[in-house]
Design a protein around this ligand. Structure first.
Ligand SMILES: Cc1cc2nc3c(=O)[nH]c(=O)nc-3n(C[C@H](O)[C@H](O)[C@H](O)COP(=O)(O)OP(=O)(O)OC[C@H]3O[C@@H](n4cnc5c(N)ncnc54)[C@H](O)[C@@H]3O)c2cc1C
Length: 419
């Protein structure tokens, strides 16, 4: 039986889902309001740098490795110098705890890490409470908090431990070595390869379609005579596509997004460089920067200059969204001077502002998960032919979104066979 699926959103989630559905012989149309595919993923190649507006690479999992191999995406492995990562605690440190703090860590946390059971999150526990229950305060402040902020940019006192930690506990034995890789010419190369493949496989693209009014989605569903619809937009964009007055829309309406600014900066080669992969910055250092990536040290061919990516803002620094370009440059130079003793000679700055970058994994999102039955990937109560895909369902990273898509594609296949 031929089943037509309308996918709203041509970001990583929408495109990879289209690929999985096409492989299972569904008819697929992808609609995006933007003129180009990719959503948060865009590569900007200039004379100085190869800059990424969103993700700079993939954390490889078995499923993602298989996809990248199937599509024959040429991948770069991390450079050897990227194996070192740093935390800034008054100075750059590879291990940020002092002698007594390390002893406390050994006595309190090592038995828990070995037993694993106490590490499981309790119902409604925040990541902050979970961390304090399992680790001494210094380890929470200088290891756990910067780690989660580096990934989620969220507020640990709001984030729900069971949503965020679930996949750490569920990790099955992987065949693929977990590592960070990137397409040779950046994330846009991945998008180009996948899009070409989708077109070749007969997926229809409708780019530049602005659909946010109340009847917009229903009109599209009629226009493309689709049997199923998947909203593969960001969480907040999904809210706007749902009918006014629906419970799902109201539930999404309560969820919060976290804003972020990513600055890709090319420096003169005489500039003092960050060591290794980059650094994470604990909140008590009173800096607005969450982390810095030393792009030149992570992958080869990232441009002629030495370049860095600065991740600024997050849930605890929303004010950076209103800084103008010069304000952001001043901020980077002041904070870089403090961290490295050198503000650096800037050659080029590319700024990506994402006021609604990522979903906050808080109790509102947990309620949404319950309501739309994310765990069972089953049709949700209000709209039985409507499904969701995206970085608010199983995790923020690309590998988690892809894993979710595989489950969803399988589910839709089963649904088709029952019809
Ligand atoms: C700064 C930053 C760095 C990151 N780094 C990494 C990393 O290194 N590794 C990693 O794994 N992850 C990383 N992530 C996370 C990852 O990039 C994102 O989770 C992922 O790209 C999200 O993809 P998506 O397709 O779910 O959503 P999006 O990329 O937001 O795509 C959604 C699409 O929906 C479209 N849309 C919105 N509204 C409508 C509408 N009404 N009608 C039609 N279309 C619509 C948008 O135009 C967009 O194309 C990073 C995120 C950020 C912000």
């Amino acid at each position: 039986m031929q089943v037509r699926v309308l996918i709203m959103g041509a970001g990583f989630s929408g495109l990879t889902l289209a690929h999985e559905l096409r492989k299972r012989n569904f008819e697929v149309t992808i609609v995006d309001q933007a003129m180009a595919v990719g959503g948060l993923l865009q590569t900007q190649q200039t004379a100085h740098q190869l800059a990424e507006t969103g993700a700079s690479g993939f954390f490889l999992t078995d499923n993602l490795a298989k996809l990248l191999q199937e599509l024959q995406v040429p991948l770069l492995e991390q450079l050897p110098e990227a194996s070192k990562k740093y935390i800034y605690r008054n100075r750059l440190r590879r291990f940020p705890l002092g002698f007594f703090e390390t002893l406390q860590f050994i006595f309190k946390s090592v038995p828990r890490l070995v037993l694993k059971t106490p590490l499981h999150a309790r119902p409604q526990e925040t990541v902050h409470d979970w961390a304090l229950r399992n680790f001494p305060r210094a380890a929470v402040q200088y290891l756990i908090e910067p780690f989660f902020q580096g990934i989620h940019a969220g507020d640990l006192k709001q984030m729900q431990a069971n949503l965020v930690l679930e996949h750490f506990f569920k990790r099955t034995k992987a065949k693929t070595k977990r590592r960070y890789v990137a397409p040779q010419r950046g994330m846009s190369e991945f998008l180009e390869i996948l899009t070409k493949r989708l077109i070749k496989d007969g997926v229809e693209f409708q780019l530049g379609r602005n659909v946010s009014n109340d009847s917009g989605l229903a009109d599209l569903q009629r226009e493309f005579r689709c049997d199923l619809t998947v909203l593969a937009t960001s969480l907040k964009a999904a809210e706007n596509l749902l009918p006014q007055g629906s419970v799902t829309r109201a539930t999404i309406g309560k969820c919060k997004m976290v804003g972020m600014v990513k600055m890709n900066i090319a420096f003169d080669l005489t500039t003092q460089r960050l060591p290794g992969f980059g650094i994470l910055i604990p909140r008590d250092q009173k800096l607005k920067t969450l982390g810095i990536l030393a792009n030149t040290h992570i992958f080869a061919d990232r441009g002629l200059s030495y370049n860095e990516s600065w991740l600024i803002g997050g849930a605890l620094g929303p004010e950076v969204q209103i800084f103008n370009q010069q304000g952001l440059i001043n901020l980077v130079q002041t904070e870089r001077k403090r961290i490295l003793g050198d503000a650096g000679k800037i050659q080029e700055v590319l700024i990506a502002r994402w006021p609604q970058a990522l979903p906050q994994y808080d109790h509102h999102l947990a309620k949404l998960h319950q309501f739309i039955r994310v765990d069972q990937v089953s049709p949700q109560p209000e709209f039985k032919d409507l499904f969701f895909a995206g970085n608010y369902l199983r995790g923020i990273g690309l590998s988690q979104s892809y894993d979710y898509n595989l489950t969803l594609a399988e589910h839709l296949e089963n649904l088709r066979s029952q019809k």
